[in-house]
Design a protein around this ligand. Structure first.
Ligand SMILES: [Zn+2]
Length: 387
């Protein structure tokens, strides 16, 4: 643990190899947890001496056991082990198979395509055709654009409410569009009637004739975003890949030569828009494919399984989300995944135990029997100790 008389650990992030203090490392892990669309830590540098890998393991383990500040503040009992809003985590704890808790789990996860699309439909049903009376942006740091101003939309009518990837798109016609990304802990309330209060973490309230739409964030995270786009502007939508249900995505899966891990590829919003960690786990389980396989190595049958897995899992999830009513207000969005966050519980297909590969702020869950020919993949925290 101690190098040169200080608690310095070597950050095992590929070639960067920057030396970080323990304090800095924890800060980095917290930052990882805050990213909207998490990216996996690059493969570790295998040349790093064993002693430093051991230090990394100990420090990562210690850091992972520290409850986050929002969790401390939210838990009145101070009993971290017994308190969780995540049903999958409760199942995991009950099974005795894991004591892990991911920051993503604490924060409820980023709403993905099914949640956002169904939310857009509910917003359209509740507010479509209504005139916007006022806009308040108390969380102005979440406002990502300068012009047009949110107030420039006032007086116009909400013509359409749609989704693009993980973005909610409110189309006000000629004056422009408002985009909302809820991030990891952002949620949306449909107020009927509109309220005048300003809850903690409020980002924006769109007040219509009698109803309102409030975007706020749980905890202290401020990662939700609001964009106001003028006519013809695409903003962050410009670089998004196709939607999973589009023909161009099917063409990509059938003929593409992407060499990245499938789990990474599916989560890349520039490749396909709307899939995050949760549905990536579920899709690959459905398709019986390893998260670390690559598209370029798949035969035609596996490619068809992958495409069918994406379409089936997202369609089923969208069907479930359409049963939801109101906004998307809950801090935790519920047990909406079959595989994701369920390591240590039985595989719903074969009954074997689901396994995980852990990263600093998240994990990949898979079934060895169904997805990797029985091979248990190296779990980073564990393998650092064993190697
Ligand atoms: Zn299985």
């Amino acid at each position: 643990m101690l190098h040169h008389g200080r608690d310095v650990v070597r950050e095992e992030h590929g070639d960067r190899g920057a030396a970080l203090t323990l304090h800095q490392r924890r800060g980095r892990q917290a930052e990882d947890a805050r990213r909207l669309d998490d990216t996996e830590a690059p493969d570790r540098d295998r040349r790093i001496p064993l002693i430093r890998r051991l230090c990394g393991l100990v420090c990562a383990t210690v850091a992972s056991l520290q409850p986050s500040e929002p969790l401390k503040r939210a838990n009145p009992t101070g009993n971290f082990g017994a308190w969780s809003t995540c049903g999958a985590h409760r199942a995991r704890a009950a099974s005795g198979a894991s004591k892990g808790r991911t920051p993503e789990c604490q924060q409820g996860g980023v709403p993905e395509l099914p949640e956002v699309r169904a939310l857009a439909e509910r917003v359209g049903a509740a507010l479509g055709g209504s005139s916007l009376g006022a806009v308040a942006v108390p969380g102005f740091s979440g406002l990502k654009t300068v012009a047009p101003r949110p107030q420039d939309l006032v007086g116009s009518t909400l013509e359409r409410s749609t989704s693009r990837g993980k973005f909610l798109v409110l189309d006000f016609g000629a004056p422009g569009r408002a985009l909302i990304h809820l991030g990891n802990s952002g949620r949306l309330d449909l107020e009927d009637p509109a309220k005048a209060t300003r809850p903690r973490g409020s980002l924006v309230r769109f007040a219509f004739e009698t109803r309102a739409l409030l975007v706020r964030e749980h905890g202290r995270e401020r990662r939700a975003g609001l964009w106001v786009l003028g006519p013809g502007e695409e903003g962050p939508l410009e670089t998004l890949g196709p939607e999973p249900f589009e023909r161009s995505f099917a063409e990509l899966v059938r003929h593409g030569a992407d060499r990245r891990h499938l789990h990474t590829m599916l989560r890349d919003q520039h490749t396909v828009a709307g899939i995050g960690r949760g549905y990536a786990d579920d899709v690959l389980h459905r398709a019986r494919l390893s998260p670390f396989a690559s598209l370029s190595g798949l035969d035609d049958d596996a490619r068809e399984r992958l495409l069918a897995g994406v379409l089936e899992v997202l369609s089923e999830a969208l069907g479930r989300e359409r049963q939801r009513t109101g906004g998307l207000s809950e801090p935790s969005l519920g047990d909406r995944f079959m595989i994701h966050r369920r390591a240590g519980t039985p595989c719903p297909r074969c009954g074997g135990l689901l396994e995980r590969v852990s990263y600093s702020s998240n994990e990949i869950v898979y079934c060895p029997a169904c997805q990797t020919q029985g091979k248990v993949l190296a779990d980073r925290r564990l393998s650092r100790l064993l190697r």
